[in-house]
Structure formats: C-alpha cells, structure tokens
Design a binder for this molecule. Sequence first.
Ligand SMILES: Cc1ncc(COP(=O)(O)O)c(C=O)c1O
Length: 426
Amino acid sequence: MSFETSQTAKEQQEVSWSDCYDVPGPDLFEKVMRFAGTADKARLLFPHFLRRPVCSANVNRVKMTDRYTGQVRDMIMLGSNSYLGLTNHPKVIEAAVEATKKYGYGAGSVSLYSGTTDLHIELEKRMAAFYQCEDAIIFPTGYAANVSTIAALLHEQDVAVNDLYNHASIFDGCKLSGAKIETYAHARMGHLERVLQENCGDDHGTLVITDGVFSMEGDVARLDEIVRLARTFNARVMLDDAHSLGVIGPTGKGTAEKFGLQGKIDVTVGTLSKCLGGIGGVVAGSAELVDYLRFYARAYFFSGAVPAPVIAGSLAILDIMEEQPEIRENLWQSVRYMIENLSAAGFKLCKTQSAIIPVVIGDETKLKNMLRDLTQAGIFMNYVASPAVARNKCRLRMSMMAGHSRKDLDYVIETMEALGRKYDIL
Ligand SMILES: Cc1ncc(COP(=O)(O)O)c(C=O)c1O
C-alpha cells in the first residue's frame, strides 16, 4: 500500500521530512515513497519557498519565474550569500570570459593531476596571504574542503569537538573520519571547557571545530576563548569562515582578523561560493598542513578541480575587495539599517553580528504564509524550519547584500511590518 493511500489526510499533513529518514524494512525505497507523498504535498501547497528558478544574475534585484502566473518578474533578493553582490561585476565577468577563452570552460581533471592551472596556484598564494598563513589549497567546494580535511586529520582514536550549530559538512566530515564526536551547547564556553577536560589526553588528538559566522543564527564564534581553551588542553582549532570572508573583521578577512588572531588558527576553511561569487573551497594553514592535505584530503584527489573561469572571477573579486572597501561598508550600513528597523517594529531577531539576519516567526504555518505574501510582494527571503532549527524557532532568513537601494530596503521593512501585523507576530 502506498503512503498516499495508507495515511489519513490529517496524518499526511503532520508528516515532516525527517519522518521519512528512518524507515526500517526490507525495501530501501519505502522511505522514497513516503517522501514522495510529503514532497508532492509541499510542492502543491507551498510552491513559493524552495527551488524558485532565478533567470538573471543573483544580485540585489533578480528576475524570477512566478510559478503561479508563469511570468518573469523582478524580485528584491534577500536570500543570496553573495554578500558583496560582485558576481556580475564587469571586471569579474571580463576575468571569467578571458579565462574561458584561454583555458576553456572546464578543468578536465582533478587538482592533483592536470586540473591545476597557473591561476589556481595564484589563488592559493592569494588566499594564504589573505589568511596570513604559509599556504592554501583549493577544493571543489567548501563542503568538500570541510569533509576531506576533517577526515584526513582525525581518525578512530581521535576526538572532534563541535559547536552544536556547526555546519552540516563539518558533522559529515567528523562521521566519515570515524573519530569520537563531542558537541558543546552553542557558544557556551564553560561547556566547551568541560568537554575538553573530559576528552583530551595523551593517547589521541583533539580538534575543536567552529563556524566563524553561524549560518542559521548570524552570530560570530568567540574565537579568542576557543583558541585559549584549545591551547590549554593541547587541542588544535579548525575555523570554518565560509560566511565571514569579505564581511567580518576590519578589512573583511574574517573571524580571525576580528579577534586579532590572523595566522594563529591551525586550520582555516573558506569558500569561493559566497562573497567570492563562484564555487570552490579553500583551506589555509601551515605549509606542512597544506602539503599533507594535497595527498591525504580525498576530494583533492578524487573530485574534479574548480574550473579556471571561476578561479579568475574569485581573483577579480579579491582585487575589488581590496580596491573598494566602501562596498563592504555599504553592506554593513544596510545590515544595521535593517536590524534597527525590524527590531523597532517589534520583530524577534537572532543576535546577529553578520550579514545574515534571521527573523524568528516560531509557527510554521505563519512562516509559510508570510513567505508566500513576501513572494507575491516581490521579495525573496529564505525559509528555515525543522530539522534545520527547532520547530518553535522556525524563521525567515535574510541575507543582506551590498548595493541594495534605500528605497528597496524601506519597501522590505514596510512590507514586513504589514505582514507582522497581519499574522500577529509583532
Ligand atoms: C558554514 C558553512 N560552511 C561550509 C559551507 C559549504 O560551502 P560550499 O557552498 O562552498 O560547499 C557552507 C555552505 O552553505 C556553510 O554555510
């Protein structure tokens, strides 16, 4: 009997995606069929919040196909991680086009064989200098950088110590490594200390892993405390600075710069997929660490290299970031303006310190209805619900970008206020 026919309408309504994960039984596709029921339902009822096709560059204003009318329309984009909005900057496009002409559009190989171009070497050097480290290595994605680096460094006897809110790729790398996985409550340094006390020892290694900016909360890790505690217990520190690059620190060099710890973090992970506008991951550290990763981090060996046009685009964005710090300042003005106005209106915001502004709604039906209304009003935001966050903390997740006009920001604030009143959230 299929899931559709074996459930009542009410039960079906209450099935969440996580209920389709642990489905025991001899047929592996039972979970697939169960999910098909809920996914269909979600698609039918809420076509406005996932996989909405963008038909233009993903910058402040985008063109999107309206699924209700089939018409292409303008939307204000508050759901992209390209925080500096540079992905279609003329210099970036020119760099990528020139690289395409010279190198072709694909890398044709993994990095360890023929996938590395002179541009890759240039970007590695550039990223090493950016993080004040001796060397850097480029991975196919930030996800692959986290998974492969952790699995290369930790083995069965070792311990990974994680902030509970670390990115999924960090937990996946920990699982793959076979190491013991310990977590501490989000940002609770007393808890981290206890975990280290209980888990550090002379017969194994310990790696404390933290996001720099936490992607669902927007807050910044207490890196100074984390480094101090790790040193006390002779553990190493790995920092995933995916959302910090270009945003956090006096010159946008990330969380270590904010805390005056540049060059002092054992392993720093960055990504080309957010501020740097493309795709790819970076790991920076000592020359010895990077050499080790070039041979033992499996995604470097067993997955294709980032294509040269993307590398060229990232290099161009690094140039623009250096030449025009006012772009980052503009981003921060918009972030502050949005936080001030939404807080004044009475919205419950997480304690963000970054370009990610989570607006807690707390009720999934209201969240979905709000998102539908925002979409109809021409505003794109992201939807975050269980299991990514607790059900009663489901939220709208706004990612701010440099270059939004004050008129657009005011329109978003007015629309949010009207919807906050409509759904009794304020
Ligand atoms: C904190 C964090 N780390 C790593 C990643 C993975 O980066 P990438 O998109 O380059 O695979 C993400 C992406 O969402 C992220 O948010």
